[in-house]
Design a protein around this ligand. Sequence first.
Ligand code: PLP
Length: 240
Amino acid sequence: MTSSVAMTLADRLERVLDELRAVCLRAGRGAEDARLVAVSKRKPTEDIRAVLAAGQCDFGENYAQELRDKARELADADAIRWHYIGPLQRNKVKYVVGTATLLHAVDDARLLDALEGRAARADLVQDVLVQVNLAAEPQKAGVSEADLPLLVEHFAQTPHLRLRGLMLMPPYDPDPEAGRPLFRRLARLREDLATSGLENVVPKELSMGMSHDFAVAVEEGATLVRVGTAIFGERPPKTW
Ligand SMILES: *Cc1c(COP(=O)(O)O)cnc(C)c1O
């Protein structure tokens, strides 16, 4: 890869980080209160290396085998923390448990049981977020708001999993303000969870906000923003 491409990626990263810090401060929060997850799906590992070299450590992937393959290719890069942000099928938990520092999109009890089995066999504790489908979109991953309490109670039966917070992927709308009521609602749900006293439930994180709306999400309390395009540029279309 040429250094001019690396420069561009580093510049874009810098721009996003500058904006992230500025929004945190403007919202009366600490400059580092919201962390950036650089979403590298369908982008080559040399791009990840360039962004890593610029100081970014958290990377997000949303296809299980792609995460496995990239984690292997980048096994020498000790500083990387992988986030698995995509929906997960039970037969693919082996690719992500222990590889990802955090799973962002867990959404049903049978998946929790599969993750628990895998984490127990690997003798580790896996941090997860529950994705909530707040807009009740029929095709969308995520537990409904109505079913959230029951799913959260299920963590009492999964000693090798920790519920670290909630994740939201609002309906796509080019207007960054469109997500605000949902971001606010998710923050409320997290607060309720924080006082629930349930076992294995320590909900500090709110994963919400993408390239076009992360500023609004941070104003509403996001602790993790998932930004792809604004750093890596447009993605090639899916080929599978
Ligand atoms: C791709 C993806 C993102 C990043 O989207 P951009 O618009 O490229 O910033 C964030 N979250 C999830 C779950 C994604 O799949």
